[in-house]
Design a protein around this ligand. Structure first.
Ligand code: SF4
Length: 178
């Protein structure tokens, strides 16, 4: 796992699971698995979260909720689909209102299959997600640097244009045309 510059905060949403995977997510917080040793904090506010962990499949009822939570999270962010229902639709796949796994609603970064998904698989997915989060953070910082450089270039170009305008005005004044 790469080093992180801040504690990764996680928001968990139960899309339509049977609660089997949610119990395993809670197990990760117990002293036995102790996911908090990675500095992870479980938050209820998507705006504070870096990682979106979803259990259960997407259906007509919850697709908008999944998308809204995702949109409320700031960049960079990582999505983890936990359990076979979240990865493919699982046992609910053929249900009349099931649309599929989480990736029918939002982009997914890490898939953690299993029915129910094991705590070890969840922790492994979270650790993988932290690496992806760092990569995204670095790319975003690079992009911001590029845009700052671009702004500097535009300002410099403007100065050159202004300089030419000043020189043209001086030339016209010298020639008596101003
Ligand atoms: S993967 Fe299995 S345990 Fe998890 S929500 Fe689906 S049916 Fe339940």
């Amino acid at each position: 796992m790469s080093s992180t510059i801040k504690s990764p905060w996680l928001v968990h949403y139960d899309a339509s699971s049977c609660n089997g995977c949610d119990i395993e997510v809670l197990a990760c917080l117990t002293p036995m698995y102790d996911v908090e040793r990675f500095g992870i904090i479980n938050t209820g506010n998507p705006k504070h979260a870096d990682i979106f962990l979803v259990t259960g499949s997407v259906n007509e009822q919850n697709i908008k909720v999944v998308q809204q939570i995702y949109e409320q999270m700031l960049e960079p962010k990582v999505v983890i689909a936990c359990g076979v229902c979240a990865t493919t639709g699982g046992i609910f796949k053929e249900c009349y209102n099931t649309l599929g796994g989480i990736d029918v609603a939002i982009p997914v970064d890490v898939y953690a299959p299993g029915c129910a998904v094991r705590p070890e698989a969840i922790i492994d997915a979270v650790v993988t997600g932290l690496g992806i989060l760092e990569e995204k953070r670095a790319k975003l910082a690079n992009k911001q640097d590029l845009s700052v450089n671009l702004e500097d270039d535009v300002t410099a170009a403007k100065k050159i244009v202004d300089g030419q305008t000043v020189r043209e005005a001086a030339l016209k004044a010298t020639l008596g045309g101003a």
